[in-house]
Ligand binder design. Structure first.
Ligand SMILES: [Ca+2]
Ligand SMILES: [Ca+2]
Length: 280
């Protein structure tokens, strides 16, 4: 009996030793797994800053060009140049978008180049940040002509007054002949055009692509009663039709498109701040 007890104690001691060793090895493994690498290299993707313009504009009309930054994080300030073809476009105005309406901003147009700068007291982050709306009047043309736009000399800052790596990009707008509101092609805007608007609305006339461009004077993407009202107001002098056609294409990035730069840049930020880990 006594011998059996001694054997049991020896077996227990052996098991404890093995278990302790196993635990030690496991703990060491966990420590190795959780160890912070000596150096972490994460490639920061540049924030793309680009002009967003309507694909088509009618000669002599006004267009809005939105300057957009894709995938910026902790954006506190921005400056850049928006270049345009001064033979085909003339500058009208530049305003920060509503997203930045509490920021300080300045702009200056010197033929062909609009210099833009803004600084905020609270930083912004987003997949597609609309920074400025820059309005241009396009020239009259006799044949369809492409006008180029480009963002250059970009400098973005985060809240630590550090550079956010960025790259400027280009866009273009096709300027086509025509008169906004003129649906029958006589280069005048009068009651004939309002009649054609109504006939399109009720389905008596199938609109051509030119109709869709010239008749959408409210710029909501379709010919509807609002265009008829604005056309009538223009005829009697209550207002002036200044533009037409679809609004600037909303090229806001979809989730699948913006996640890579966003997550990558956020991870990089987290690595810099905390040495390791995934952004919370
Ligand atoms: Ca007409
Ligand atoms: Ca419309």
């Amino acid at each position: 009996m006594r011998r059996a007890a001694i054997i049991a104690i020896l077996v227990l001691m052996a098991f404890t030793a093995v278990a302790g060793s196993a635990y030690g090895a496991f703990a060491a493994l966990v420590r190795v797994t959780k160890a912070v690498p000596a150096s972490v290299t994460v490639q920061l993707l540049p924030v793309r800053v680009h002009p967003v313009a309507p694909p088509t504009a009618v000669g002599r009309s006004e267009i809005d060009v939105v300057v957009q930054a894709d995938g910026a994080r902790d954006l506190m300030g921005a400056q850049m140049a928006l270049t345009y073809d001064s033979a085909l476009m003339s500058f009208v105005s530049a305003q920060p978008t509503t997203r930045f309406d509490d920021c300080f901003a300045a702009s200056n147009d010197v033929v062909g180049v609009v210099s833009l700068a803004l600084v905020c007291s609270v930083s912004r982050s987003g997949a597609s940040l609309d920074l400025w709306t820059v309005a241009f009047r396009v020239a009259n043309v006799v044949t369809s002509t492409r006008a180029d736009l480009a963002v250059a000399d970009v400098l973005l800052s985060d809240s630590q007054v550090q550079t956010i790596v960025s790259v400027g990009d280009t866009s273009s707008v096709d300027i086509v002949p025509g008169v906004c509101g003129d649906m029958n092609g006589d280069e005048l805007v009068n009651v004939f055009d309002a009649i054609l608007d109504l006939q399109i609305i009720v389905g008596l006339v199938s609109p051509t692509s030119a109709h869709m461009l010239l008749g959408d004077v409210v710029r909501d993407g379709e010919i509807n009663v609002f265009d008829v009202i604005l056309t009538l107001q223009h005829i009697v002098g209550l207002t002036v039709i200044t533009s037409c056609g679809p609004p600037a294409a909303a090229i806001n990035l979809r989730d699948a498109q913006w996640e890579p730069p966003w997550i990558n840049n956020a991870t990089t930020f987290s690595v810099e701040q905390h040495e390791y880990g995934y952004p919370g």
